[in-house]
Design a protein around this ligand. Structure first.
Ligand SMILES: C[S@@+](CC[C@H](N)C(=O)[O-])C[C@H]1O[C@@H](n2cnc3c(N)ncnc32)[C@H](O)[C@@H]1O
Length: 226
């Protein structure tokens, strides 16, 4: 794990409490207006029997999907986030880094119909680790659903090319956050890297903000080839 990948986990450990409050109080406008609905709809449309929410944070998406009758698990590298997820009553949450996913046990589920990564593939290695985990943990023709910031919007004034960036956290509500690095990818890079790892793109979705009409995020749905 390189220094930036370590910093990502360190920052999320520091940010666990304020992040939990911000998500549970719905303080991020783009989530409340656009992206929460976009990821739920994408999963529901696929109708997976089982899902693994990778980088689940405090667990809101798992709870939303459990309520709709989908069976699955949430996993995150930060113990405090998994504890706050479990505190709300469901035990289907596990602490794990992405690289250790193939070593974990998920109750009676050996393979999942889909992986979900909602704003959680942050480091340079994350894509490869998830693709690798899919070899053992995804069923044949299993899907990976990824939602991330739309690269055209997240790119800002920087060059449109892959590379490490610093998060410019503006305080949300009354919360302040430890800055964390993240690895920017172009749309071409997301698709190319998954193709190289034996996944094919099934669908691409670009949800827009209702007022600005600009894309807020992008969703990729990949299928594992056998
Ligand atoms: C922006 S939060 C998103 C949380 C959640 N998916 C949501 O929609 O609210 C990113 C999450 O990814 C987790 N994460 C990032 N890189 C990770 C890694 N290499 N291993 C385990 N968890 C990681 C962080 O701990 C954090 O909870």
């Amino acid at each position: 794990m390189n220094i930036n990948e370590q910093r990502i986990l360190h920052s999320w450990a520091t940010n666990a409490k304020p992040w939990t409050r911000v998500v549970r109080d719905q303080l991020i406008e783009s989530r409340a207006l656009v992206t929460d609905k976009a990821i739920v709809e994408a999963v529901v449309e696929l109708e997976p029997r089982t899902f693994l929410d990778i980088g689940c944070g405090e667990g809101w998406l798992c709870r939303e999907l459990f309520c709709r009758g989908f069976d699955g698990w949430g996993v995150d590298g930060i113990t405090e986030l998994i504890e706050s997820a479990r505190c709300l009553g469901d035990i289907r949450f596990v602490v794990s880094s992405y690289s250790d996913l193939p070593l974990q046990k998920f109750g009676s589920i050996n393979q999942f119909d889909c992986f979900i990564c909602n704003f959680s593939l942050l480091g340079e290695c994350a894509l490869g680790e998830i693709a690798q985990a899919g070899k053992s943990l995804l069923a044949d023709k299993g899907k990976i659903i990824i939602q991330t910031l739309h690269p055209l919007i997240a790119c800002d004034d920087s060059a449109y090319s892959d590379g490490w960036r610093e998060t410019s956290w503006q305080g949300i509500g009354l919360e302040s956050f430890d800055p964390t690095p993240w690895y920017f990818r172009t749309i071409e890079s997301w698709i190319r890297e998954f193709h190289l790892k034996n996944y094919r793109l099934l669908k691409l979705i670009e949800p827009c903000h209702p007022k600005s009409k600009k894309p807020v995020s992008i969703l990729f749905i990949f299928e594992r080839l056998s």
